[in-house]
Design a binder for this molecule. Sequence first.
Ligand code: MTE
Ligand code: QUE
Ligand code: MOS
Length: 777
Amino acid sequence: MVTEEKIGNNIPLDGAEGHVTGTSEYVSDISKIENELIVDFFYSTEPHGEIINIDLEEARKISGIVGLYTYKDIEGENKFGPIIKDEVLLAESILEYVGQPIVIIAGESKKAIKLAKKTIKIEIKKLPHILSIEEAIEKNQFIGETRVIERGDIEKEFQKAEYILEGNTRNGGQEHFYLESQAAIAYPQENNTLEIISSTQNPTEVQNVIAEILGIPFNKIVVKTRRMGGAFGGKETQATHPAAMAALVAMKTKRPARIVLSCDDDMITTGKRHEFYNKYKVAFTKEGLITALKVEFFSNGGYSNDLSTSIRERAMFHAENAYFIPNIKTIGKVCKTNLPSNTAFRGFGGPQGMLNIESIIEDIAIFLKIDAFDIRRLNCFGIEKNNTTSYEQEVSNNTLPELMDKLLKTSNYKERHKQIEEYNKNSTLYLKGISFTLVMFGISFTARFMNQASALVNIYTDGSIQVSTGGTEMGQGLNTKISQIVADEFCVEPKTVRMMITSTEKNNNTSPSAASASTDLNGTAAKDACQKIKTRLIEFASNYLVKDNSEHKPSINAIEWTYDGIYDKRISNKKITFKELVKNAYLNRISLGERGFYATPQITLFDWNTGRGKPFLYFTNGAAVSEVRIDRFTGELKVLRTDILMDIGKSINPGIDKGQIIGGFIQGMGWLTTEELKYSEKGELLSHSPTTYKIPNIQDIPEVLNVDWIENGKNVVNIRQSKAVGEPPLMTSISVWTAVKHALSFISNGEIPKLDAPATSEEILKAMSRFPISMKV
Ligand code: MTE
Ligand code: QUE
Ligand code: MOS
């Protein structure tokens, strides 16, 4: 008999067996049905220009070409966008980036489509283009309004400051590199309706945008998502475009239409993590206490907004990361450039905001010749005081000091810091560095309305259960965690809970699976549905269990619901199973299905006029120590050891959470060390395949990687006292980058080494070459 709670257990990922045996279905695995068309598109080879003429004559003649569509074939609106409606599905008169779709091609074979692409002729009048943040600033090209968050008086503090440092930081973008590229199938159905299968984090957005492009009501479109082969933010808004292309073809031809981007086209035509350029000025005391900070964030948004303005805001919310800064002013701007529109990527601006402050702290340490750990400990948010953010949200249940003190011991940081100083004195070939950084990541969508979710729970008469939520599975383990939550509500085995395909017909108006909050939102909505059913079942059981008993009156308070069975505690020898209970409830006409709903409590609408509000329900925290070694002659970087300590509250599934922590760290390490986006002068992506774009592989992983978390049962505001884990660990990788800076400080003769991200071998070599060689040989 099962008596154990399912929460906190290491249940394997839902679908894990299918993934390793190859039976899990992704979009391109779905069997082709008769008549199905292949969909592709012809895109701009110019970064900016005016379309003078589109010649499709030759292409139309190719056998196997069924349709060629330009913006003129769009019957609804060729205008959309998640925040600002500044995007088009197909270019009208102006081309704004290399990779911008101009013509949708529908064909019977790949060969015909390839041929068609060769014959399409577009006459373009070139216009001047800009690619960089600097050029956008110079030409005053921004998207959306400027945002400001301010507290205290920075100018007054700068006047009386003991020390001031000024400078800039820069980080590159990042390709999502999901293994399943963007893909969708559209099936035409009767009465001008469509069913779409899409690899998306955001089925509702796909539904809405398709309906608007086709000019039909939302209810004529059903979007379904079984799973994604990775998404990482890249399928939050940008899965929409290929799905809309397939939908358009299906509607026009009344034939099923499938689009699967090639990996190269996916990299060339879709958006990435935002590159940021930031200017800062910081004031501090001789002890390293930060008294004032001014930061101006400039992100490279690409041609349209997409989620850029929200991402810039999250960067601003994390400008101070885990540190209390009494006087602070943060300014955020999104630059408009002739590149694909940049989009969500794990961390959503948080990594860029945090990298800036962690870099500043590393610089202060080098400047003052104080161990950077001591500066971080000194400035860290407090428990009783110094515990409000720049936007005046209280940092409650602050676990940062605990994380710092524990990891300091378990990583043996101080001792290793000394050893590295000694090592570098005598080493001619290598330099070592070590760094200890923090993560404090706010959980909730910063747009308040998005913090809602619904769930549908259906119990069948054999006791088996189906659960549908608006959450999507991208490998992060959402479905597994929800099945554990539901199983625990009913005290049954998780394997009796089946997670259904995500569908807009089961759950309407859903938020994307994003902001790490999918379990928080959808899991709590599922729990709500379970509790509504349970209330009815307890009521029923209270009657049913005393049916043949003249001694006791029905009492819901006497009902005990356990893994051992359901019983009336006054008649404890009469226990029934969950299956018996639901079967008899059914026979007595009790409803065994329910819809649940959840809206995150406590958070407030953020007021951008005052820069004040409570955008986050809680914070997920982390600390990391990384030790690196760089080759003084080649700049080659090796991460020798990383220790990560997180506060993820009470884990619902420790195995999955550990996977998220390791995966996030390594993905972040790639962003900060080897992954470099290179463009031609025209804005053509040159690094568009694994041969030229270097993600981490097994040899890049730290030789020693210790992952752990603290016991924290205090996060009572969230489901099962858990904390979100999807994005926060990515930012533990900043410790690798700051460790490189630390290593460089040993040859910089007291100067602050200039280092941009990613710290590729080339970048490290460049940084080293700024200092005269002083080596003992
Ligand atoms: N883990 C895997 N395996 N694949 C992914 O695509 N996406 C990340 C993270 N972990 C991702 C992942 C991102 S960007 C987010 S926001 C969260 O998962 C989303 O899921 P959650 O809300 O359930 O944590
Ligand atoms: C984190 C996120 C998102 C976010 C804010 C976060 C996100 C997202 C949006 C958003 C904001 C305004 C809109 C909209 C979406 O905000 O993923 O449609 O109008 O989509 O802090 O992950
Ligand atoms: Mo994650 S970047 O919020 O999809």
